[in-house]
Design a protein around this ligand. Structure first.
Ligand code: NDP
Length: 247
């Protein structure tokens, strides 16, 4: 796909990987739809993109809310006339040991990391099927392949995203021309760990990460751009990308 003038919805665009991806894709000529809950962050990003000559639309909402998704997809279509790419990036990682029973955090992870992705797909699919073209990118994680301390629930959500992506690809790509990619990053330098509240786990995390030099959000934005810019005959199924120093 040539991304120029295509409409790209990016969830979790208010920070980290989503923000870097919005900047990268707008520089490449895409019309980006910036979605998240923190409006102030999205507005700042929109200004930055517009100063650099790009087009951006801000739509606030919660990925767990189906009405918010309907509003988001309608705003994207009404403003830019199509929905060509959905990047399901919003997610959170309040790691904790199962025995410490942070059950509210389990629920939130399932709601945002899994149901948020399903909600996004169901909101944009009618448009993409009508267009007979599109690309859905789901941000999974190295956690889809490897357990790490405190990650029993987080890893389960990211495995679900990876397997859902494969099922979606098999159903959509050959018949409807809608490509599907799962991105599986290792450690990336973002705000993701800020939702961790399990004190016992926090202490152990230092030992796990050791001296790993994390990837920059831009590294993932570049991987997303690579997946998007392949010729029509090519579906990049997975991008599994790790810091060199991470085991
Ligand atoms: P950040 O914490 O910087 O970004 C997370 C984004 O998700 C924020 O923009 C936040 O926006 C949004 N978000 C969270 N909950 C909701 C919600 N209910 N509705 C809408 N938006 C929501 O972390 P990253 O950039 O690292 O995370 C992006 C994705 O990358 C996640 O899916 C994460 O699991 C995945 N990932 C990250 C890795 C890392 O090491 N950083 C490694 C592998 C995967 P707001 O609060 O404004 O709504």
């Amino acid at each position: 796909m040539n991304i120029k003038n295509k409409t790209v919805i990016i969830t979790g665009a208010s920070s980290g990987i989503g923000e870097a991806t919005a900047l990268k894709l707008s520089k490449e000529g895409a019309n980006v739809v910036l979605a998240a809950r923190r409006e102030d962050r999205l507005r700042k990003l929109k200004s930055k993109i517009e100063k650099e000559g790009g087009n951006a639309l801000v739509v606030t909402g919660d990925v767990t809310n189906k009405n918010d998704w309907q509003h988001l997809q309608k705003e994207a279509r009404d403003t830019f006339g199509s929905i060509d790419v959905l990047i399901n990036n919003a997610g959170l990682m309040p790691l904790s040991y199962v025995k410490n029973l942070h059950t509210d955090e389990w629920d939130t992870m399932v709601d945002v990391n899994i149901k948020g992705v399903l909600n996004g797909v169901s909101a944009v699919l009618p448009t993409m099927m009508e267009q007979k073209e599109g690309h859905i990118i789901n941000i999974s994680s190295v956690a889809a392949y490897k357990y790490f301390p405190g990650g029993a629930i987080y890893c389960a959500t990211k495995s679900a995203v990876k397997m859902f992506s494969e099922g979606l690809r098999q159903e959509l790509a050959p018949t409807y021309g809608i490509n599907v990619t799962s991105i599986e990053p290792g450690a990336v330098d973002t705000e993701l760990t800020e939702t961790i509240t399990d004190k016992e786990l926090m202490k152990d995390m230092q030992d796990v990460m050791g001296d790993v030099e994390p990837l920059a959000p831009n590294d993932i934005a570049d991987a997303i751009f690579y997946a998007l810019s392949q010729p029509g005959r090519t579906n990049v199924n997975d991008v599994y990308i790790m810091p060199t120093t991470q085991k």
